[in-house]
Design a protein around this ligand. Structure first.
Ligand SMILES: C[S@@+](CC[C@H](N)C(=O)[O-])C[C@H]1O[C@@H](n2cnc3c(N)ncnc32)[C@H](O)[C@@H]1O
Length: 348
């Protein structure tokens, strides 16, 4: 076999621009193709396989990280925030970082190690942030902490993870696909009433009744919904009564909300956030600072309620009086920042 035959060809795509996730081979290697990455970001998109960290300036301004401190990033993701926080330590102190995702955590660990951040400065654990007390047993209390909730762009953009209705893929939606039920499996066991409640509670879906009815009538006939596009189609059919000029937008919004509701459900997102918020003060040092980024009203409500109550009880000495939003400039550069709300608290 000659060298040319041995050379593995990259995935080919039709047309002038790569469209599907796997075809975006340059974006999937950001260290190698820096120019491509910058061009994609300039156009206001997130390169495939990457995540643009949100509110970095606002977070660092609030956390006031000093060399020698101990910190925790409860949601490592691509590691962008972790990296910026590590820089503030200037080689003194330690950071812990958690993520439940077994797929991305390996890549991020390698990326940060290649940048010189190894076990001496950074400990990465595949752990749910509801178990922060376990990390504190090892680390002692934290001087600063960040939780950037929800999903990363790498998870949303990878069709194999099933997070987006815009791409065909298995209806999974688990942050850790090795644990629990996938969204497809969940839809097989849920009742119509429960599903309707889930759509209302988790994402205020106005057509919860119609969508739940359509999904359950399929599963009753054993026509199980196993892919992202099948679910999108069922929602489209359920909302066929929307006037034609408003239907496309209406179906898109309901798809977004339905996928969000299912994601919250299969990952028990509200339950784990409540547990995290409850344990938070016990793992913060006196004067320790925590910043939390949320992406929908259900999450923000929980954070706001917990911070306010613990301020009243004297557990926190100060909390953000108003929600902090990313700048217009940041939202233009990164559309995914638009729904972000930041809140902070300081331990008394
Ligand atoms: C918005 S991304 C974080 C992006 C990160 N701040 C960055 O700069 O790259 C959220 C991450 O949190 C993780 N995550 C969500 N819920 C979690 C939980 N309960 N425990 C640990 N990690 C979680 C997700 O898997 C995802 O990787």
């Amino acid at each position: 076999m000659n060298n040319q035959e041995q050379h593995k060809r990259r995935v080919r795509y039709k047309g002038t621009h790569p469209k599907s996730y796997k075809e975006k081979y340059k974006e999937l290697q950001p260290e190698k193709y820096k120019d491509t990455i910058e061009r994609v970001i300039q156009k206001g998109s997130t390169p495939a396989g990457m995540h643009l960290s949100i509110c970095v300036k606002e977070i660092l301004e609030f956390l006031q990280i000093k060399p020698g401190q101990i910190g925790l990033d409860a949601t490592l993701g691509y590691g962008g925030h972790t990296l910026e926080m590590l820089k503030c330590l200037r080689g003194e102190g330690h950071m812990y970082a958690l993520d439940v995702d077994p797929i991305e955590i390996v890549k991020t660990k390698k990326r940060l190690k290649d940048l010189g951040y190894d076990e001496n400065l950074l400990t990465i654990k595949q752990l749910n942030f509801k178990d922060i007390d376990q990390v504190a047993k090892e680390a002692g209390s934290f001087d600063f902490m960040l939780a950037d909730l929800g999903v990363s762009s790498m998870q949303i953009d990878n069709p194999d993870r099933g997070f987006s209705f815009k791409q065909e893929g298995p209806l999974d939606l688990r942050l850790n696909p090795e644990k629990g039920l996938s969204a497809a499996e969940r839809l097989k066991e849920v009742t119509q009433e429960e599903l309707q409640g889930m759509l209302i509670e988790n994402s205020d879906e106005p057509y919860a009744k119609e969508i739940a009815k359509a999904i359950i009538s399929k599963t009753k006939k054993k026509e199980y919904i196993s892919t992202t596009t099948q679910l999108q189609q069922v929602i489209g059919e359920a909302l066929a009564f929307i006037p034609e000029d408003k239907r496309k937008e209406g179906v898109k919004k309901s798809c977004q909300r339905t996928f969000q509701a299912l994601r919250i459900d299969v990952n028990s997102e509200f339950e784990v956030l409540e547990e995290f918020l409850e344990k938070l003060p016990s793992v913060l040092s006196k004067g320790g600072r925590v910043a939390i980024l949320t992406f929908h009203s259900g999450e923000d409500r929980l954070v706001k309620k917990s911070f306010k109550r613990l301020l009243r009880e004297g557990v926190y000495s100060e909390i953000a009086t108003e929600v902090i939003r990313p700048s217009t400039e940041e939202c233009n550069r990164n559309g995914r920042a638009r729904s972000t709300k930041m809140r902070w608290a300081i331990k008394a």
